[in-house]
Design a protein. Structure first.
Length: 312
């Protein structure tokens, strides 16, 4: 008889055990306090998040101006979006600065996190210094940077005879994106440093000690040990920084107000400007729905691509 043949009576003995486990699971009581905590939170989420979201989707199929009567227009708003040059320019500009911001934040944050995780003096003090920008209001500090880019920097450019810096970057249609990216990176790098530091502290020092015995240099240490081991933290940072960069809004309001000549209008700024002050409520609501779909697709692709690479 084959060794794989089940012993007589094995199935009979396993069946009562299975029934006992299912009975114990069904008899287990759940404390009602958990429901008192979870249900109100779920109701609040539904009332203030999901219901407005569904209403927004419904309004995107109308010609509503945010008040008064409106009519059902079907997919006309969505069709118009794809033929609107201003909307296309806003998406192109948003994708451009989002890629630049995401790359710069992750490169700088990883470099600073590795440095701050090393054996240096005043480590906690340096961490506090780098985290301060994240605690400041974007609009408040944005107006400070607007003054810097409008007055001191042009004066410095003139004294150093740097042509592109001699004129205010904010009013230069070609370089007006630079102050926006600079402010976004300056503030966003702090949070990414914290995530990378959390990842670096999960790596056992014995791995580096063993690598040192084998004669591995610092560069090989980073690419062969550090970076692969903090892969999940890199994925989280990439998704979060890309999401935040695609939603760039406060920086535009504080620095350029969408100008010059609509050159720095992001999608979120266009939705706010046209939807709330331009009489395009339903039209920009459809733009918001479309942008939500775009963000969801980008996040899914990032998680799928980098998640699969982590498993390799």
């Amino acid at each position: 008889m084959s060794s794989a043949t089940m012993r007589p009576g094995a199935s009979e003995s396993a069946e009562p055990a299975k029934k006992r486990s299912m009975s114990a699971f069904s008899d287990r009581k759940v404390d009602s306090a958990y429901y008192w905590m979870a249900v109100p939170a779920a109701v609040l989420f539904a009332v203030f998040l999901y219901v407005p979201f569904i209403q927004g989707i419904a309004y995107s199929f109308t010609n509503s101006q945010g008040y008064g009567n409106f009519k059902w227009v079907g997919f006309k708003n969505y069709v118009a979006l794809f033929s609107d040059g201003r909307v296309g320019s806003a998406y192109m500009f948003t994708f451009f600065i989002a890629i630049v911001i995401t790359v710069l934040i992750n490169v700088l944050a990883m470099f600073l996190a590795v440095a701050l995780n090393g054996k240096i003096a005043f480590k906690n003090g340096f961490r506090a210094i780098f985290f301060v920008p994240y605690t400041l209001g974007v609009l408040v500090i944005g107006y400070v940077f607007k003054y810097i880019f409008m007055t001191p920097l042009p004066a410095l450019g003139k004294s150093l005879h740097i042509a592109w810096l001699a004129d205010p970057l904010i009013t230069n249609e070609q370089y007006s994106w630079v102050p926006i990216v600079f402010l976004a990176v300056w503030q966003g790098v702090a949070y990414s440093i914290l995530i990378y530091l959390a990842g670096l502290q999960t790596i056992d020092d014995q791995i580096y000690e063993a690598a040192a015995i084998d004669g591995v240099n610092a560069w090989q240490n980073f690419w062969k040990i550090t970076f692969p081991l903090i892969g999940p933290f890199f994925t989280i940072n990439l998704v979060l920084t890309m999401k935040n960069a695609l939603g760039t809004f406060d920086q535009v309001v504080a620095l350029t107000d969408g100008g010059p000549n609509s050159a720095t209008e992001t999608v979120t700024y266009l939705i706010w400007k046209g939807g709330l002050t331009g009489g395009e409520y339903a039209y920009q609501t459809s733009n918001a729905v479309l942008f939500f779909i775009v963000l969801a697709i980008i996040a899914f692709i990032q998680l799928k691509f980098f998640g699969d690479r982590e498993k390799v």
